[in-house]
Design a protein around this ligand. Structure first.
Ligand code: LMR
Length: 397
């Protein structure tokens, strides 16, 4: 049976981790996968996470299963973090949140439920979007189409083109939006653009699927939730997928959730039962450790304050590295000033795949073939080398 299967190429993004690790050049720079790095290029466990793990180690009494939908105290705390504790949909009991193995598990579980409720639904995704959105959503059987989003020439969001493309969406279709820190472009919807999307989605009866993988990495923990909270307040049905990989630094612990918002409390209850059934058929019950950490942090005022400080530090460092890179490039007569207008972990340099290849092979500087860079890979020690290498590759090709 297996002989019919062709060999698959390794995942292009995850392959960058290996390529960088195996490179012996002492000057190597990792701008590949979206993993936060400090000034030393390390990704240490957050201090709030370490403290929460200690509490769990001291108090956890069993490793028996948690419920398929997840641990209730984690679910409540995460829902409050994302939606805001006083959001009207919480008060109206229109929300059901289920725990998932990371943001990827959340996206797959959401796709399964969309497919079950409306197999005709097309998921509209931004062009470009995070590469893994496609297999995660289409793998559940959903059809996908693209809407224009990022204009590579002007290095900015093309909102008019986006609105225009979404005119072709039909009732019941799903619009995949990045809650903040658009991956891969860093070009975020402004508050006004979120406000303009709401009546359009409402009128055309489109359902937003909002992926929130970087809450706190853009403008702030509350500010980054503006768009999704607005949609939840104004639309009958919204699906939000959440990842704790980046803002809690829990990458390998696979920590996430799906927040389903339904038109009324009764439907929300039904969605909860459907979501649990789907989970039972995929991963049965979710992994517990990462969610237990988030649960402890968000329900302990001291740890929560410490975590908020750590998120603020990560956000500041990324913003500072954007500014440093733009300044260092300007000193080398290169204009990357648009990078200062973008948010979150990523931006496109706007160079060619060939130039990306040369940067890796000749200078040991690694980034996605699209020229997406993970900003946290920049630090004061490597920025000069990065900019000089970039200049030489751009000028010689
Ligand atoms: C990225 O886009 O680099 C991250 O979200 C990591 C991943 O899984 O692709």
């Amino acid at each position: 049976m297996f002989e019919v299967l062709p060999r698959m190429a390794p995942d292009a993004l995850l392959g960058l981790i290996v390529a960088h690790r195996n490179d012996t050049n002492p000057k190597k720079v990792d701008l590949g996968v979206g993993i936060f790095k400090d000034e030393e290029g390390s990704t240490p466990v957050l201090s709030s996470v370490k403290k929460a793990e200690k509490i769990i180690w001291q108090t956890e009494e069993t490793k028996s299963y948690i419920p398929p939908g997840g641990t209730p105290s984690f679910i409540a705390a995460l829902t409050n973090l994302v939606l805001g504790a006083d959001h009207k949909v919480i008060k109206e009991s229109r929300v059901r949140t289920v725990q998932s193995p990371g943001g990827c598990g959340a996206l797959r579980a959401a796709a399964e439920i969309i497919n079950k409720a409306n197999p005709e639904a097309v998921v509209w995704a931004s062009n470009p979007t995070w590469a893994n959105h496609v297999p995660l959503l289409s793998g559940a059987g959903l059809m996908m189409k693209e809407y224009a989003y990022y204009d590579y020439d002007s290095h900015s969001l093309s909102f008019d083109a986006m609105m225009n493309d979404l005119k072709a969406a039909k009732e019941g279709d799903v619009v995949l939006l990045h809650g903040c820190c658009h991956n891969p472009s860093g070009a975020d919807l402004s508050d006004m653009q979120w406000e303009a999307l709401v009546p359009m989605l409402k009128e055309k009866k489109l359902i937003p699927l909002i992926d929130v993988a970087y809450q706190g990495f853009g403008r702030g923990i509350q500010e980054d939730a503006y768009g999704l909270r607005l949609m939840a307040a104004n639309l009958d049905e919204v699906i939000i997928t959440v990842s704790g990989s980046k803002n809690f630094g829990l990458y390998r612990e696979r920590t996430g959730a799906v927040i389903y918002i339904a038109a009324d409390a009764k439907t929300a209850e039904i969605i909860g039962s459907q979501a649990e059934k789907i989970i039972r058929g995929i991963w049965s019950v979710p992994p517990s450790h990462g969610a237990a950490i988030v649960d402890v942090i968000l329900n302990n005022p001291e740890l929560k304050a410490e975590w908020e400080g750590e998120v603020a530090y990560m956000r500041r460092r990324i913003t500072d590295m954007r500014a440093l890179f733009v300044k260092a490039s300007a000193e080398q007569d290169m204009d990357f000033s648009f990078i200062n207008d973008e948010y979150g972990m990523f931006s496109f340099l706007g160079i060619t795949p060939q130039q990306v290849k040369i940067l890796a092979s000749k200078y040991a500087i690694y980034m996605a073939v699209s020229s997406r860079i993970s900003i946290a890979g920049i630090n004061p020690k490597n920025v000069e080398y990065l900019v000089a290498s970039l200049k030489s590759v751009i000028r010689s090709s």
